[in-house]
Design a protein around this ligand. Structure first.
Ligand code: SF4
Length: 284
């Protein structure tokens, strides 16, 4: 079996930056607990390694002792969370990815200008929850066509400013924009697309790879939005694809009829994990 690897793949600059901030903070304060609001990045291997080094993960600011140090994840947080942290006198270390921070800044700016904002993304994802918190009255999260219909019924405005989660697929983005236009909205956009370069490049690479192989394996966690999108993009290109969280899961995939196998990994997957996957394939 021939194995081809998508280029680029794997860890993006935002995740690498968040990990470096975490590493430096842990080193600067040895023996002290570093609390992290939500998973620092969506990868269970990285989270487990950080836990072993003394980081503790929580889903509510109230769980953190007053005056302690808290790390905000690469996915960013809402103003409400920042306020709750300030009330508990927490020392904030902010690892929000600059591309996510850009969408927050856009949400604040367009909300102040009185715009109705359509935020295309996945409901409940940490990043979407954080951006929505910037102006909950003026932002509608648009995941499906039904959400567009609900927005049409709720607001009388003709214009909407379209923002998006950084890690959605371009296909989803374009489909929801078409839905908004079909519902009679005049859509406006920020100057620079919100889907980040890392997401777009990895999706383009897997789309090209899918045309050359019989099956694509995406190495990434099941709660990693960008990893799940890589599977969807490969499938949409007509290729069989599967998400595996670790090299051990290789055993669950039927590769008997596969002559050419494509590999890629999500933006929060360490390269060492992909090396282990290659080793497992070689061993087979
Ligand atoms: S996927 Fe994009 S937005 Fe998310 S952390 Fe990486 S660079 Fe930042």
């Amino acid at each position: 079996m021939e194995v081809l690897v998508a280029e680029p793949h794997g860890m993006c600059s935002g995740v690498a930056r968040a990990l470096e901030i975490a590493r430096q903070t842990l080193e600067q304060h040895p023996g002290q607990t570093l609390w992290c609001f939500h998973e620092l990045v969506h990868n269970e291997h990285i989270v487990a390694a950080l836990q072993a080094r003394g980081m503790r993960f929580v889903n509510a600011i109230a769980e953190i002792p007053e005056g302690a140090r808290v790390l905000f994840s690469a996915h960013g947080v809402s103003p409400e969370v920042r306020q709750a942290a300030a009330l508990r006198c927490l020392e904030i270390v902010d690892a929000t990815c600059p591309f996510v921070a850009k969408v927050h800044a856009e949400a604040r700016r367009y909300a102040q200008e009185g715009c109705q904002i359509a935020l295309i993304g996945h409901k409940g994802h940490d990043e979407v929850v954080g951006i929505l918190g910037e102006a909950p009255e003026q932002i509608a999260v648009i995941e499906t066509c039904d959400d567009v219909r609900a927005l049409r019924q709720k607001v009388a405005v003709s214009q909407v400013m379209v923002l998006s989660q950084t890690t959605i697929s371009e296909a989803m983005y374009e489909a929801r924009i078409a839905d908004l236009q079909a519902a009679g909205f005049e859509v406006q956009f920020p100057k620079v697309l919100d889907i980040c370069y890392a997401t777009r490049e990895r999706q383009q690479a897997v789309r090209a790879l899918a045309q050359q192989v019989d099956c694509v394996l995406v190495l990434g966690s099941r709660n990693s939005s960008n990893s799940k999108r890589l599977v969807e993009v490969a499938e949409r290109a007509g290729c069989r694809a599967a998400l595996i969280a670790s090299p051990e899961e290789l055993e669950t995939i039927d590769l008997l009829s596969v002559r050419r196998l494509g590999l890629t990994s999500g933006a929060s997957t360490p390269e060492s994990l992909l090396d282990r996957l290659r080793d497992s394939l070689n061993a087979r």
